[in-house]
Design a protein around this ligand. Structure first.
Ligand code: TTP
Ligand code: MG
Length: 364
C-alpha cells in the first residue's frame, strides 16, 4: 500500500503577505527585495507576485533588471519578522492535521496523511480543506501536491500554482513526469542541467527510458537519485527529525549588544531548555555540542565538544556550553548573538546501544 504525502507550499509568500496587509496592492505587480533605486540599485529580488512574474520577474533576479522590465511595480523591502510570524501561524494550522509533519524552509511543509486518508480522493478533499482554512484564517493562499513520495509531492505542489491541488497516485506518476523538463527533479539545478543536456537528457521521459545502470555510469550517485525520483522511488520519511537531519540548533540575537554575563547565561539556558524539549519529544540524542558566539561587529566564533557516545542530558549539556563559553570570558567585547547546536544525532535507544557496543569493542 503506497503512502500518501502532501507537500504544501505558500504562493509567492512574502509578496502575498504584503498584498494581504495593503489592499491597495491587490492585483498589482509587487516585488520584494533590495531597493531598486530607479534601476541603479544593487541586490536581488527575493520574490514577486504572480502579476510581476508576467513581466518576466523572478526570485534571485538582479533588482536593477527587475526595474527595467517592470518600472511600474511596487517595490518593497522584506519584513523578515512579519514573515516568520505568518509562517509560524500557517505551520500551526498544518500541524493540527497530523503529527507526521515536517517543515522545510519558511514556506513549505510535508504531511504524511496515510493514516487519515484511505485514497487520493480523500487526500484531495483534505488538501482543499487545508487550503480553504489557511486562506480564511491567515489570508494567503498555498498550493498542495499529493503523491506517494516526498519528491513527487513537491513536484506536484508546483504544478498548479497559485492556489491549486494536484494529486498524483502511484499509477499516474510516469505519465505525469514524462513531459517535464529535468530541472523539475530536486537535485538538478542550472549547472547539472547543462551536463545532463549534453548527454541528451532533456525531459524526465528521457530518464525514464534509460536503464538505471547507464544512469549510474553517466552521472554516478546523482544519476541513481534522479532515476529513482523519476520512477516514484523515494523512501524518505516525513518527520521533523528525518534521518537526513544532521543537527538541531537555535540562536538568539540580543536586543542590545551585551557583556552582562547574567543576561548571556539566561539566554543560553533558555535556548538549551527549548532544544531539549524538542529533542525529548522526538526521542533524539546527540554526541556533539557547539556554542556559537557573535560579537558586536559581526565577528563569529564556534567552539565544539564531542562526547564518546550519545546523550540527552540537559544539565550536562549546559555545563559543557558554559565551559565552551569560558574561553571567551576574558573578552571585553560585547556579544550580539549566542547559539547552541547539537549534532551527530541518533534517533533512538537501539542505535545508541549499538554505538555503545562499538565503543566497548573499540576500547577493549
Ligand atoms: P519560494 O517558495 O521558492 O517562492 P514563493 O513562495 O515566493 O513563490 P512560489 O509561489 O513559486 O512558491 O520561496 C519562499 C519565500 O522565500 C519567498 O516568498 C521569498 C523567499 N526567497 C528569497 O528570499 N530568495 C529566493 O531566491 C527564493 C527562491 C525565495
Ligand atoms: Mg512558495
Amino acid at each position: 500500500m503506497s503512502r500518501i504525502i502532501l507537500h504544501c507550499d505558500l504562493d509567492c509568500f512574502f509578496a502575498a503577505v504584503e498584498a494581504r496587509d495593503n489592499p491597495d496592492y491587490k492585483g498589482r505587480p509587487i516585488i520584494i527585495g533590495a531597493d531598486p533605486k530607479e534601476g541603479r540599485g544593487r541586490g536581488v529580488v527575493s520574490t514577486c507576485s504572480y502579476e510581476a512574474r508576467k513581466f518576466g520577474l523572478h526570485s534571485a533576479m538582479p533588482i536593477s533588471r527587475a526595474y527595467q522590465l517592470c518600472p511600474q511595480g511596487i517595490y518593497l523591502r522584506p519584513n523578515g519578522k512579519k514573515y516568520s510570524r505568518v509562517s509560524k501561524d500557517v505551520m500551526n494550522i498544518l500541524k493540527k492535521y497530523t503529527n507526521e509533519f515536517q517543515q522545510v524552509g519558511i514556506d513549505e511543509a510535508y504531511l504524511d496523511v496515510s493514516e487519515i486518508c484511505i485514497n487520493f480522493e480523500e487526500a484531495r478533499a483534505l488538501a482543499n480543506n487545508i487550503r480553504r482554512e489557511v486562506l480564511k484564517e491567515i489570508g494567503i493562499s498555498l498550493s498542495i501536491g499529493c503523491a506517494p513520495t516526498k519528491s513527487i509531492a513537491k513536484i506536484a505542489s508546483d504544478y498548479n500554482k497559485p492556489n491549486g491541488t494536484t494529486c498524483v497516485p502511484e499509477k499516474e506518476i510516469l505519465k505525469f513526469l514524462e513531459p517535464m523538463e529535468i530541472t523539475r527533479i530536486p537535485g538538478i539545478g542550472k549547472k547539472t542541467k547543462v551536463y545532463y543536456n549534453k548527454k541528451g537528457f532533456k525531459t524526465i521521459g528521457d530518464i525514464i527510458g534509460t536503464p538505471l545502470e547507464k544512469m549510474i555510469k553517466l552521472f554516478g550517485k546523482n544519476g541513481k537519485w534522479v532515476w529513482d525520483v523519476a520512477h516514484g522511488r523515494d523512501k524518505r520519511e516525513v518527520s521533523e527529525f528525518s534521518r537526513e537531519r544532521k543537527s538541531i540548533s537555535k540562536e538568539r540575537t540580543f536586543y542590545e549588544d551585551t557583556n552582562d554575563f547574567a543576561v548571556i547565561f539566561s539566554k543560553l539556558e533558555d535556548i538549551n531548555e527549548k532544544i531539549h524539549e524538542n529533542l525529548e519529544k522526538n526521542n533524539i540524542f546527540y554526541k556533539t555540542i557547539t556554542l556559537k558566539i557573535r560579537f558586536e561587529g559581526f565577528e563569529t566564533f564556534t567552539r565544539s565538544k564531542s562526547l564518546v557516545f550519545p546523550i540527552r542530558e540537559k544539565q550536562l549539556a549546559f555545563k559543557i556550553v558554559l565551559e565552551l563559553f569560558n574561553e571567551f570570558s576574558d573578552s571585553k567585547r560585547k556579544i550580539r548573538l549566542v547559539g547552541i547546536r547539537f549534532s551527530n544525532l541518533k534517533r533512538n535507544r537501539k542505535e545508541i546501544q549499538t554505538s555503545l557496543i562499538n565503543f566497548t569493542y573499540q576500547t577493549s
